[in-house]
Design a protein around this ligand. Structure first.
Ligand code: ATP
Length: 193
């Protein structure tokens, strides 16, 4: 079995995440891509408030409902504490009985890979996959082997979407309708104020 791990804060999930997941799955012939919701994204500490893990998981579940080969992962939430990819890969390896694992990241995340906890272990446990995001291409650290996959580049980020909520700019088509429904039902990002 070939399983992709696509981890993120997903605050909120958007079309960039989904288009990346389905295209990497197609190109690398993965059986599954797990959109793993970070419990405590320690790399974002001190930068801003993050929506609760259960709200972010509910949004990811809504985003991928009915999409073949994509699942929402709650392992990091269940484990609690800071989210470390090496631990998550070990859990997936056990669950999927020795599956071949792929760690999927955008080039912004890949550029910081050297600062990830236990980066060498992640590189040993999985094939590292990088996709480009709009803007100047960022180079991943060259001491690791990267597999580059072309996906449509969509100029969308969770930060921009949160700013759109604050300013009242349109979010339609950038965030799936099912996710918008979760946001409204849970009153996230000041959606009902
Ligand atoms: P923020 O703007 O809050 O930093 P984000 O949009 O980068 O959030 P994350 O949840 O932090 O979203 O990202 C999870 C993963 O998805 C990262 O590897 C990131 O590089 C990748 N990613 C995010 N947006 C895109 C996009 N538009 N295209 C491709 N990959 C993306």
């Amino acid at each position: 079995m070939r399983v992709g791990l696509f981890g993120g804060t997903f605050d909120p999930p958007h079309l960039g995440h989904l288009v990346t997941a389905v295209n990497v799955r197609y190109v690398l012939k993965l059986d599954l891509v797990v959109l793993m919701v970070a419990n405590d994204p320690w790399q974002k500490h001190g930068t801003r408030d993050v929506a609760s893990a259960s709200d972010r998981l509910a949004m990811v579940q809504a985003a991928i409902a009915g999409v073949d080969g994509l699942i929402a992962g709650d392992d990091e939430i269940t484990r609690g504490g800071p989210s470390y990819t090496a631990d998550t890969l070990a859990a997936l390896h056990e669950r999927y009985h020795g599956a071949e694992l792929f760690t999927i990241v955008g080039d912004d995340a890949a550029a910081k890979f050297g600062s990830w906890q236990r980066a060498n272990e992640i590189a040993k446990l999985s094939t590292l996959v990088v996709v480009d995001r709009p803007g100047s291409p960022l180079m991943p650290p060259c001491e690791f082997n990267w597999h580059r996959v072309e996906v449509p580049r969509l100029e969308v980020s969770s930060s921009d979407l949160r700013a759109r909520f604050i300013d009242g700019r349109p979010l339609e088509y950038l965030v799936p309708d099912q996710v918008m429904q979760v946001i409204a039902a849970r009153n996230l990002y000041g959606s009902n104020s």
